[in-house]
Design a protein around this ligand. Structure first.
Ligand SMILES: [Zn+2]
Length: 288
């Protein structure tokens, strides 16, 4: 809607500009009106860089070795996911420097779903009385995603709610995150807790899990559950109990929000690359 409006405004402006003159200006030079044929596109060797360090990846192998702008290209290198995308001339290809099994679990909800993420920042409405704890969660989510995330008392894109009667929590789950999408872009989330003590750092469940609000915020950002207990997004009782995400989660979120689009497919295929694999939207309800 915003794009359409912008185009309409731009067109109106162009119309006014075109009507403002009245004089027709002759070309100053015959050379200016002779159409110069565009040079044919040239296939080049892609520039490949690490998404973590930005450094060139010398071991990268591109297929094809030289690629035309707009054409599909696949790039492999030890220690990185195989990247498939449409080539953009003059733009490096940034490789994802993580294990495939790890990324399939935490980014692609097991591998069969597309990458989901926000298109920009959002506002968070905390449950009254939990502002201090939610402020910690918001600061950490902002840090790892690079998004502008702010707290508000008004209705917001993301809302934390206390509701012991939430039916999804009937099986003793601590919390549930509901996500709403536009395509594979996250547009709203609602996090429902069963008790105030489980927001952040109060109640322990089996000796662990002191950071449930930060875990749910990971779901809000688009993460699924992690296979590493070093992570906040682990479902294990002895998972990372800290108030900052694990290094793997931080890197995954950086790749998602700096270098990848909604609808990227496992292990690392950009939207638009021809494929026979259908893309699925992740579940909108994540319990615990
Ligand atoms: Zn969870």
């Amino acid at each position: 809607m915003r794009l359409i409006l912008f185009v309409a405004v731009a067109s109106a402006f162009a119309l006014v500009a075109a009507c403002g003159g009245g004089r027709s200006v002759a070309p100053t030079s015959p050379a200016a009106v002779v159409a110069t044929p565009a040079p044919p596109p040239v296939a080049v060797v892609p520039e490949v860089r690490s998404g973590e360090t930005g450094a060139p990846v010398g071991s990268a192998v591109s297929s094809p070795a030289q690629v035309l702008p707009g054409a599909p290209v696949a790039v492999t290198a030890p220690g990185f996911l195989r990247r498939q995308q449409l080539f953009v001339g003059g733009t490096p290809i940034f490789l994802w420097p993580q294990e495939e099994a790890y990324v399939r679990a935490i980014v692609y909800a097991g591998g069969q779903f597309g990458l989901i993420r926000w298109s920009g920042g959002f506002r968070v409405k905390p449950w009254p009385g939990t502002e201090d704890k939610i402020a910690v969660v918001i600061a950490e989510a902002s840090r790892v995603s690079g998004l502008s995330i702010t707290m508000t008392t008004e209705p917001a894109e993301v809302e934390f709610i206390l509701d012991p009667a939430e039916p999804v929590l009937a099986d003793n789950a601590l919390a549930v995150t509901f996500r709403t999408y536009s395509g594979l872009t996250i547009t709203h989330s609602r996090i429902v807790f069963r008790s105030l003590g489980e927001f952040l750092g109060n109640n322990l469940k089996n000796g662990g899990r002191t950071n449930t609000a930060l875990h749910e915020m990971g779901h809000v950002l688009g993460l699924s559950h992690s296979i590493s207990y070093h992570d906040v997004m682990s479902n294990e009782d002895d998972r990372n109990p800290g108030l900052t995400y694990g290094s793997g989660e931080e890197l995954a979120l950086r790749m998602m929000y700096t270098y990848r689009m909604p609808g990227n497919a496992a292990p690392d295929r950009a939207p638009g690359v021809p494929t026979t694999t259908a893309l699925r939207t992740p579940l909108s309800v994540v319990v615990d």
